[in-house]
Design a binder for this molecule. Structure first.
Ligand SMILES: Cc1ncc(COP(=O)(O)O)c(C=O)c1O
Length: 398
């Protein structure tokens, strides 16, 4: 009998950069090669004990039936409190907050709720490449907006966003702090971007999952705080994954005006129906208990960031773009004169260290490598040593 044919819709999708690199990593490991990975965005912290305990207690208390599909009322109230406390945003938990299965589902719900077939979505590039497929699945068309390196950071010009707009452009998907670049948009930058959003009548999806991890005075600002008009056009997407080291719990939330929250709720109701009830209780604990655990993780990321910059900046053709937020550092290796995917492969095969190549995040990422410090300790130290040796060797054969 013939095998089941996947749909034409699925035929458009492609694996993420991380998955493609992982396939190469596994093949090399199967040959017996020892590799150190500075590639993934997976925090090496355990979920803080009080959050784990809240889940265990919820399980013991029998909190195992279907959740409220909008999100358990206590969690929506905790999200309301958090948005006001941390972001200065006011949302009604009854009609403007939706609990989702991670930011991944929040983005999917936002796209599906807003896009008509053929609507264009602007993706600033270098782009977190897992944004592509949900746009296509929702019937949208991707329009890249190239960023450029200036003053030691990736800069996104409002003019470039404006220039990418056409009659079918409907949405801008912004990520601040920005994976992979490490840029945290300033108020002035966000204001210029928001001007374009309003003038062009776009919907702004604001992915804020790295908000808690910022450095050296850079502070996360949600674009929804800029004005009532911008808030009306914005869908805030957030998650517990990075802030609380809860990637495997699959929990996040969105905040948006009532009509769009309702539309996203319909998407959710017909698909995931939200995170498990006991997981939602743990998330309530995460948001309402002391935030000291978040500060402690941020401090640790800050010292890892310093270690990465010290180890790599100025080494044999490598200039580091000091990240303003998140746990990725971009290495500018344009001076090596070799495509970033070739540099990545050489580092992996010849020096046993895995990073992501910038071109995986679109042509504007060419000439860079993304180095993750989501994992620290010995892995980070040994990985950095291998990178230094690798850059020196690549420089020597130029
Ligand atoms: C920019 C960005 N958005 C969304 C996600 C996915 O988040 P979640 O685990 O909440 O689905 C990631 C994960 O790496 C990310 O980097």
């Amino acid at each position: 009998m013939a095998a089941i044919e996947p749909s034409a819709r699925i035929g458009q999708l492609r694996p993420t950069a991380v998955n493609s690199i992982l396939a190469e990593v596994r093949a090399l490991q199967a040959e017996g090669k020892s590799l150190i990975s500075l590639m993934r965005g997976e925090p090496d912290f355990r979920t803080p004990a009080h959050i784990v305990e809240a889940a265990q207690k919820a399980l013991r208390d029998g909190r195992t039936s279907y959740p409220d599909n909008r999100g358990e009322p206590r969690l929506r109230e905790a999200v309301r409190l958090k948005l006001e406390r941390d972001n200065g945003l006011r949302y009604d938990p009854a009609s403007e907050i939706l609990v989702t299965t991670g930011a991944t589902f929040g983005i999917h719900a936002a796209l599906t709720a807003v896009l008509n077939p053929g609507d264009e979505v602007l993706l600033p590039e270098p782009v977190y490449d897992a944004y592509y497929s949900p746009v296509l699945l929702a019937g949208g068309v991707v329009r890249a907006v190239p960023a450029r390196i200036a003053g030691g950071r990736f800069v996104l010009d409002a003019e470039a966003i404006d220039a990418a707009c056409g009659p079918r452009t409907r949405m801008l998907l912004l990520n601040t702090p920005w994976n992979p670049t490490g840029t945290v948009f300033s108020r002035a930058e966000l204001e210029r971007i928001a001007d374009v959003v309003l003038r062009r009548g776009l919907v702004l999806v604001s992915d804020e999952i790295y908000e808690a991890i910022t450095y050296e005075g850079h502070q996360h600002l949600s674009p929804a705080t800029l004005s009532a008009e911008v808030r009306e056009r914005t869908i805030v997407v957030n998650s517990f994954s990075k802030t609380y080291a809860m990637t495997g719990w699959r929990a996040g939330y969105c905040a948006a005006p009532p009509a769009i929250t309702q539309a996203m709720f319909l998407v959710l109701q017909q698909s995931s129906r939200g995170p498990a009830t006991f997981v939602q209780d743990a998330c309530t604990e995460a948001l309402t208990a002391s935030q000291d655990c978040v500060a402690a993780m941020r401090d640790e990321y800050a010292s890892r960031r310093t270690a990465v910059l010290r180890a790599l900046d100025g080494v044999a053709g490598c200039r580091m773009l000091a990240p303003e937020g998140g746990f990725f550092a971009m290495a500018d290796v344009r001076a090596l004169g070799t495509p970033s995917n070739d540099v990545r492969r050489a580092l992996m095969r010849d020096h046993g260290v895995v990073v992501a190549h910038g071109s995986a995040y679109g042509p504007s990422g060419e000439g860079t490598l993304r180095v993750s410090f989501a994992t620290g300790g010995d892995t980070l130290q040994r990985g950095l040593e291998r990178l230094r040796a690798g850059f020196a060797a690549l420089r020597a054969v130029e």
